[in-house]
Write a protein that binds this ligand. Structure first.
Ligand SMILES: [Zn+2]
Length: 469
């Protein structure tokens, strides 16, 4: 019905102005997008990969994925030499610290800055930093994030962060602290945030519960509150492993290098999820993501995800994150099974080694796994008809890639992919990046405002930053 009305209006305008632009693109009211002729990496077990295929999006939803789709009304985006796949899903990111980029050389410095700089943030600084991080995410092909908002001390700040997430167009979970300034929050506080989300969240924002600061006695109450309001995930930096008896499938462990076999056993038993931080943990000296140990310990692939954690310290780069996970898993597998052959100073895995964590597995954890960890697998994480349209297109016609379909595409993406290959980003059916450029964003202004925000916070804190280390 709507289509007929729009077509009628178009005809009227055409007659009125006698215009004929010859433009192939449909009028901007049209709500159908057809991604045409790309390599489709659906991450859906039934659909699989299509060497050349189309994806039809309507009203923000994936309608069809097939070798060829006829949609005469749709806005067509040419996907020649592109990989079409679900957007990356990130699961743990302290976005409000993104404006510290170039600061915090290691963990000790990071924690010192947290203490020194945080009291000098205004709500505007929180908004600026979260916006900067959100656009960094979209630019890199991440379509969903989990914003770990542990700098929130009042509702005004929470609102500033949530507004920045909504404005960016990202899909997000807003991690809400169960303990703020030493006080445990109540149901009314969470309902206030949920009401704000219902009104302003454009159905892309949800709430999760952060248990950082909750003592073991409060764990039961806080968890019950989170469960009663259906908050996903429920998490802290141990993911409830300190009190396994109250933990469950809604729980998410962050980081990972310190996990013992016993902890992994508890996670497997209780269906607890994990958010690895593949770039941060090696950078701060904490260790590699224990991908092999998790899989060998019975954690299913769909319970494993990657996170950015701190974008002041490492890049927002899902390709590098997944690459580190694959490479770490290989090292761990060779070490655990003593399968390496020594050739001089080299350790080379035995011929025919079957890797427990494949390139495709890595892409699965980066998309469907992340969605499952955040409790969103029924909505996103694969190119499945009926799911929301969070879709990215990666340009393979670049010097770091070769635009061929008869090669190992997952390997190309994981080992060679860069954020610069992200050509198109669609979130909830809205085009947020096209032809390699963010849509409707004055990037220079965003960069300037974020740099000014960092300078203002530092000046208020009176902190001299040691940049020599
Ligand atoms: Zn963290």
């Amino acid at each position: 019905m709507q289509m007929i009305n729009k077509a009628t209006v178009s005809v009227f305008i055409f007659i009125l102005f006698g215009a004929s632009t010859g433009c192939a693109q449909n009028d901007s009211d049209n709500n159908e997008i057809l991604l045409q002729g790309g390599y489709v990496l659906s991450m859906d077990a039934e659909i699989g990969d299509l060497a050349s295929g189309d994806v039809l999006i309507r009203d923000g939803q994936i309608i069809e994925v097939a070798a060829s789709i006829d949609a005469p009304q749709a806005q067509i985006i040419d996907a020649t030499n592109m990989v079409i796949m679900p957007g990356f899903v990130e699961t743990h990111w302290h976005m409000w610290e993104s404006s510290w980029r170039g600061m915090a050389n290691d963990a000790a410095e990071y924690f010192r800055y947290s203490e020194v700089l945080t009291p000098h943030y205004t709500p505007e600084d929180f908004h600026t930093a979260v916006r900067y991080a959100a656009l960094d995410a979209i630019n890199a092909g991440i379509t969903t994030v989990h914003n770990w908002a542990h700098g929130v001390t009042d509702f005004e700040i929470a609102q500033a962060e949530m507004q920045a997430l909504v404005d960016s167009g990202l899909r997000a979970k807003m991690g809400y602290l169960a303990v703020i300034e030493g006080e445990m929050i109540g149901e009314a506080d969470l309902n206030r945030a949920l009401d704000w989300i219902n009104e302003n969240g454009e159905q892309r924002l949800g709430l999760s519960l952060l248990l950082d600061g909750v003592d073991p006695q409060q764990m039961q109450t806080a968890t019950a509150l989170g469960r009663s309001l259906n908050l996903r995930p429920i998490t802290d930096h141990s993911g409830g492993l300190g009190t396994p008896e109250v933990s469950g499938e809604e729980f998410m462990v962050t980081h990972g290098p310190g996990l013992t076999p016993e902890a992994i056993e508890i996670m497997a038993e209780r269906n607890i999820k994990v958010s690895l931080s593949p770039l941060i943990d090696p950078m701060i000296g904490g260790g590699l993501p224990p991908v092999y140990q998790l899989l060998a310990g019975g954690i299913p692939l769909e319970n494993i995800s990657f996170s950015v954690d701190v974008s002041a310290q490492t890049p927002v780069d899902p390709f590098a994150s997944l690459r580190t996970m694959v490479n770490s898993a290989r090292m761990q597998q060779v070490e655990a099974n003593q399968t390496g052959m020594t050739a001089g100073t080299l350790i080379i895995p035995a011929p025919g080694t079957e890797w427990l964590f494949s390139y495709r597995d890595a892409l699965f954890t980066g998309t469907y796994g992340g969605a499952n960890v955040l409790g969103l697998a029924d909505q996103i994480g694969s190119l499945t008809p009926g799911k929301r349209a969070d879709v990215i297109m990666l340009n393979m016609n670049k010097i770091n890639m070769l635009p061929l379909t008869e090669v190992n595409i997952p390997m190309q993406l994981v080992q060679h992919g860069l954020p610069g290959n992200v050509d198109t980003v669609i979130i909830d059916g809205q085009i947020r990046k096209l032809n390699g450029e963010l849509v409707g964003v004055d990037m220079q202004q965003v960069i300037n405002e974020t740099a000014q925000s960092q300078a203002r916070i530092r000046s208020r804190a009176g902190e001299v930053i040691d940049t020599s280390r």
